[in-house]
Design a protein around this ligand. Structure first.
Ligand code: 2AM
Ligand code: CA
Length: 270
C-alpha cells in the first residue's frame, strides 16, 4: 500500500500545483463571465489528466473513476479522483480547495490522499496504519462533545435543494448546541479538518463519491466516524453524510435524523 500511497501523493502534488499556476490567470478574467467557468472546467480537466498520467505511468492496468472523465480501466484497483474539490471557491479565488485521491482495492478503500495546495498541507491514510498530516499522526479528540464544538457543514445546492427545509431546521438545531458552524466549501478538506481536530463534526447532503472517498478513510483512520444521514444506502452511495469525533457524531445523528421525518424515504427515492 505504501507504493500506491507514494504515487497518489506525487499525483496530488502535481495536480494541485497545476491548479495553483492557473489561478493567477483566473484573476485576469471577469468573475461573472462564462469564460471564467469554462476556464475552470479546463483547469479541472488538466489536473485530472495529470493524475491519470501519474497513475498510468506506474500502474497501466488500474481503473479510474474521475469527476471529470468518469470510469475507465480495470476494476480490481480503482483510483477515485476529485482533481479540484471546492470549485466554487476556486472560481472566486477563495483559497479553500483541494485534490482528493482515494484508492479502492477489491471494493474497499485502502489509501487516501487530500492535498491542499494553498497551505501545502498533505493529509494521508492507509487502512489499518493510521492518518497523517505532513507525516505526523493525527487523531480526533474522543472526549469532545457537541456542546461548544466547532461544526462544519455544506449547504444544499441545485439538485439537492429539495433538502432545504429539513436542512434549515437542522441548521437551527445545531446552532443552538454547538459552539459555532463553518461552511468552508470543500468536503474533502472538511473531512481532513475533522480528522485533525480542527473541526469536531460535519453534515452535508448530496456529496459525490470522489468528494468523500479519500477524506472518509483519513477520518476513520484518525478515529472518527462517518455514516449516511438517510437509510437508502451506505454513506459513499447516498452522499448524505454525518461525520465527526465519536461522541459528536453520535449526538449529531440523534439530533439531525429526526428532521428528515416521513419525507425522507420519498426524497431519497426521487
Ligand atoms: P466540487 O467543488 O468538486 O464540486 C461543497 O458543498 C462540496 O460539495 C464540495 O466538496 C463540492 O465539490 C461538492 N459538490 C458536489 N457537487 C456539487 C455541485 N453540483 N455544486 C457545488 N458543489 C458540489
Ligand atoms: Ca468535489
Amino acid at each position: 500500500m505504501q507504493a500506491l500511497l507514494n504515487t497518489a501523493i506525487q499525483a496530488a502534488r502535481r495536480a494541485g500545483d497545476s491548479s495553483m499556476r492557473y489561478i493567477k490567470r483566473l484573476d485576469e478574467l471577469d468573475v461573472r463571465s462564462k469564460s471564467r467557468n469554462e476556464f475552470v472546467t479546463q483547469v479541472d480537466l488538466a489536473a485530472e489528466q495529470i493524475i491519470i498520467e501519474s497513475v498510468h505511468e506506474r500502474y497501466p492496468d488500474h481503473g479510474i473513476l474521475g469527476e471529470e472523465t468518469g470510469r475507465q480501466g480495470g476494476d480490481e484497483v480503482i483510483w477515485i479522483i476529485d482533481p479540484l474539490d471546492g470549485t466554487t471557491n476556486y472560481i472566486h479565488g477563495f483559497p479553500v480547495f483541494a485534490v482528493s485521491i482515494g484508492i479502492q482495492v477489491k471494493g474497499r478503500m485502502e489509501v487516501g490522499v487530500v492535498y491542499d495546495p494553498n497551505r501545502q498541507e498533505l493529509f494521508t491514510a492507509i487502512r489499518g496504519v493510521g492518518a497523517q498530516l505532513e507525516g505526523r499522526r493525527i487523531r480526533v479528540d474522543v472526549n469532545r462533545v457537541l456542546e461548544g464544538s466547532l461544526i462544519g457543514t455544506g449547504f444544499p445546492y441545485r439538485e439537492n435543494d429539495r433538502w432545504m427545509e429539513q436542512y434549515l431546521n437542522q441548521f437551527r438545531a445545531v446552532m443552538h448546541v454547538a459552539g459555532d458552524v463553518r461552511r468552508p466549501g470543500s468536503a474533502a478538506l472538511d473531512l481532513c479538518y475533522l480528522a485533525s481536530g480542527r473541526m469536531d463534526g460535519f453534515w452535508e447532503f448530496g456529496l459525490q463519491i470522489w468528494d468523500i472517498a479519500a477524506g472518509s478513510l483519513i477520518l476513520c483512520e484518525a478515529g472518527g466516524m462517518i455514516s449516511s444521514m438517510t437509510d437508502d444506502g451506505d454513506y459513499l452511495e447516498t452522499g448524505n453524510i454525518i461525520a465527526g469525533a465519536p461522541k459528536v457524531h453520535a449526538e449529531l445523528e440523534k439530533l439531525l435524523k429526526p428532521f428528515l421525518g416521513p419525507t425522507m424515504a420519498d426524497a431519497a427515492n426521487e
